[in-house]
Design a protein. Structure first.
Length: 275
């Protein structure tokens, strides 16, 4: 169950490196195209994927609720692909989504800003000023996505196993380093345990999606944990009916067999002025 995640800066060479790694190892590449292909079977339209994929929130309640649900569906696509093993996950916060999976090789591809601008201008036949704008916007958008949804600094290297600067290292050298690193014995030795943890993550994601799909539940006050297949709901809701609805909705998720409902009911307090 080998898994490689590749975080990249626009213009750093991450795209060709990801493709070459997948081809050399015979792994499946999970990138934007692969997600689009799988989206229909998960109830996602191409437009929904485009709106949610690696995008920070709009800070408009109705738009963000829809985007949040669609993002969870994209994450489910990634998690279920990861469970099959031998995959290269390109972007999409893969290193954070799979942070509890010890056997994942987390890679980041970087290069100096102006080098990336020059490469992107050449690749896309763009004016340098236009390329500079797009590279800067991409950096801000992806950093915002990671910060908002995973509460982490995108550039913090401690969250990666490999950080490769392609200013002087060739793409071919980067590919060789990644392919050799994924076979390290420290990663190989914990694959069995990682598969069990990943199965729990998938079940948790399915329950999250089920609850998010019900507009009568406030999901932001709830916590969902899954350990060895046991689903535990906690947090708080504002009525006994909402607690019951949350449990009923959670039980509709595929794979739920055992569920413990520890949700607390905290009713709204009223004051004389409310009457």
């Amino acid at each position: 169950m080998a898994i490689i995640t590749i975080s990249r800066e626009m213009g750093s060479g991450g795209i060709p490196i990801a493709h070459m790694v997948a081809e050399k190892l015979g792994y499946k590449l999970i990138d934007g195209e692969a997600i689009m292909e799988a989206a229909v079977s998960y109830g996602l339209s191409p437009e929904a994927v485009e709106q949610a994929d690696e995008k920070p929130p709009h800070f408009v309640d109705t738009l963000d609720s829809k985007q949040f649900l669609d993002l969870h569906l994209i994450e489910l696509i990634i998690l279920e692909a990861a469970l099959k093993g031998n995959v290269v996950i390109y972007g999409r916060g893969g290193q954070d989504l799979l942070k509890d999976i010890g056997s994942v090789l987390r890679t980041r591809i970087i290069a100096p800003f102006e080098d990336r601008v020059e490469r992107w201008a050449e690749r896309e036949w763009l004016d340098p000023d236009r390329a500079r704008f797009l590279v800067r916007k991409s950096d801000q958008q992806r950093a915002g996505f990671i910060k908002y949804y995973f509460d982490r600094d995108w550039e913090d290297c401690v969250h990666y196993d490999l950080v490769i600067n392609t200013q002087r290292l060739s793409e071919e050298t980067a590919v060789k380093i990644i392919c050799k690193s994924v076979k390290d014995e420290n990663l190989e030795g914990i694959k069995a345990d990682s598969k069990k943890i990943l199965s729990d993550l998938i079940l948790r994601k399915r329950v999250e999606i089920a609850i998010l799909s019900n507009e009568h539940i406030d999901p932001y006050l709830l916590e969902i944990n899954v350990v060895k297949g046991l689903v535990t709901l906690s947090g708080q809701v504002h009525s006994a009916a909402e607690k019951q609805t949350a449990e009923k909705q959670a039980r509709t998720a595929e794979g739920v067999q055992e569920l413990r409902n520890n949700i607390k009911v905290v009713e709204y307090r009223t004051t004389p002025d409310d009457h």
